[in-house]
Write a protein that binds this ligand. Sequence first.
Ligand code: B3K
Ligand code: ZN
Length: 866
Amino acid sequence: HETIYLEDYQPPAWLISHTELRFELEEEHTLVRAQLSVRANPAVADKRMPLELFGDEAMELCRLSIDGQILETCDYQRDAGCLRIQNVPEHFTLECVTRLLPHENTALEGLYKSDGMFCTQCEAEGFRRITFFPDRPDVMSVFRTTLVADKARYPVLLSNGNPVDNGEDGEGRHWVTWDDPWPKPSYLFALVAGDLALLEDNYTTLSGREVALRIYAERKDLDKLDYAMQSLKNAMRWDEGVYGREYDLDIYMIVAVDFFNMGAMENKGLNIFNTSCVLAHPKTTTDLGFQRVEGVVAHEYFHNWSGNRVTCRDWFQLSLKEGFTVFRDAEFSADMNSRTVKRIEDATLLRTAQFAEDGGPMAHPVRPESYMEISNFYTLTVYEKGAEVVRMLHTLLGSELFRKGSDLYFERHDGQAVTTDDFVAAMEAVSGRDLSQFKRWYSQAGTPLLTVSDQYDEHTGEYCLNVRQSCPPSPGQEHKQPYHMPLAMGLLAEDGAELYAGCLELTGEEQQFRFTDIASRPVPSLLRGFSAPVKLDYQYSDAQLLMLLRHDTDGFNRWDAGQRFCIRLLQEQMRRYRAGEPMQCPDVLISAWRELLTDASLEPAMVAQCLELPSEAQLSELAEQIDVTAIHAAREFMRAALATALEQEWLQAYQRCDTGAAYAADAASMGRRSLKNLALSYLMLTGCEPWLELARQQYEQSDNMTDQLAALSLVAHSGFRETGAELLQAFYQQWQHEALVMNQWLSVQASDPTPGALARVQALSTHPVFDARNPNKLRALIAGFCARNLFHFHAEDGSGYEWLADWILQLDRRNPQIAARLLTPLTRWKRYDTERAALMQAQLQRMMDTAELSADVYEVVSKSLM
Ligand code: B3K
Ligand code: ZN
């Protein structure tokens, strides 16, 4: 398996102006005829370079010709994944016929079948599984695509752009030709053929253009498309208002497919979505699901500009489109719902999962320098940290200049394939600022640490803040240079009054900031709104944290102060647990929580966020060495103590939020449901029968999946095993025909922390609703267990590790991308105690010793063992 380096980038020697494709979609195979108009790249001096086409090794090449002249096998070289033709003319037409077996394509990359329909996934390198092509994002061409298929089985034939022609052949087959006027890289190509139902609507752009909006799904899911449609329209309006970006084709299509490796794909004019990111109905979809649909629909739509009109020069620049687009969708969701809650969710994801990635063997910069398999770099670092980097530019420049910078970026580079440097250059041009130091965020991996200390002089009224930044080594990067970052902050008086609010800029390794005329020793509120993706170390006293929790004007930092306080208490209980001392839940915590819980003026969604203890995953990330048992014990102890101490308050909060109103998917209703279900979870922890009854009642009477699933999972995870089994059975009976609901059913059981967890997931893996070919099912069951049932996954005997490794070895032959992704928990082996580390390492070694690992799994396993 070879490594590809950013520094080896060369512009393409050959360009393709037009690509004409004809697909004959049959049951046994698909024939693809590709006609490429090839010409030498005028920007490359050497006109004698061979034409280089990528093509999957397993793809059958039926015919290859240049300007009608058939090429014999001696006229070209074909080796692993690449086909080279020497001595080609300066302009020519290349014709290439390939034969594919979509029904045997279990990797779900290229052309494959999902529930009887044909669909494609080309990003990053799937197009080379369809035909031989310069499959790299800096080769952009205009596509015209004809699909031919049986009309009865595949009445709907879709590709990018607009339908321009169609007909029938008299033998039951029909054909449609699509034309996409916008030049695009091959990774944005898509086709769909199937028997699909359609929800249609339309949208008038700001400048008055009419756009047809079409969402396709299987007929049974037609009633689950309204929310995606509304989200799409909201996203289109938002992008016009906030970024001045309009849609540029006559039709915008989304197709829902059940077999999909990730969330969704922004193919030009023809998005293909995992059903889990487009279908939504109150009865089958949780609030989280609704929010995901809204966010992903917007994300893919926003790619039309940040990704499609302006794309990436090479895959090292992936964050150019992904970081920017995640920032855009996060701001959209913040505008549509609660801004503070969205920020809390994103910061939590970053702190829990991205920080862990940054501290592990797969750590890489936002703009990686090398890869073996690009699919492994669709990561939290490229997406989420990449979005934080764009957010910091937004903070440093302010929204007006940022908008000017984005306008300039789109204007300068429309129709081009560019780099993250080009993006930053546009921001430099409009602001007149030098952002060269800022660009270290793109090139250095690892999570920076801010160590902050302060002095206050009561005679002069001067307050001084010392900020030191450092960043630990990461693979291949021993020493890090200081970053340029915004440090949003405030100063509060002891009574909570705000004395100062502003944003400092850090550039040096160590900096002092002086504040004058401060009447009494202030409490600093640091890193407001999580203004930079860093760790913060400041020695707060308990009293200071509780004061911030009560009074900070920054909602995010109010929440964060509470979390810091809980983390501190939990870490103390972990220490006690290990020392064999009794654990304690201090009264100050109980009264602080009581205050939050009974203050009806607070937003329920915020209260719910504040009263959720940091997860085991987050506590693990924070630990020097991860002690699974102590983390679990401490957190469970604390939850039980808070449940008992505040039983009446939990009940009151439950009743207050249980308004009896019909389901609505707006932020306020979602917030009430989240607090209500959190309250129910604490009530259930008391182990008292009446609360079991309450949960059962909620399960039976709720009109929506959020409440039904919350009740189910609380009962199923409780000590009331019989009722739990009964509800799980009832749930199965009710929903067995809804694939997405069955994912939830699997996932509830996979994350059940009560004893016997591994045996349960093993049994489920042979249950009829489970399908090991379907990525959603695999994620529900395998990731559900390995990532959300940490205590059992990390069982001392290593049984969890062995189970996961068995799965990975089996899946790798079928779907390498999924196999590599599910592998993540094992890569963190060095963070655990020696016994567990050895057991995890042994499983990695076992995989390494297996012949014929995919590049995907090989890269992750080999880097983990280094
Ligand atoms: N761009 C796609 C991700 C493709 C992943 C390929 N392995 C979805 C998105 O980020 O919008
Ligand atoms: Zn994206």
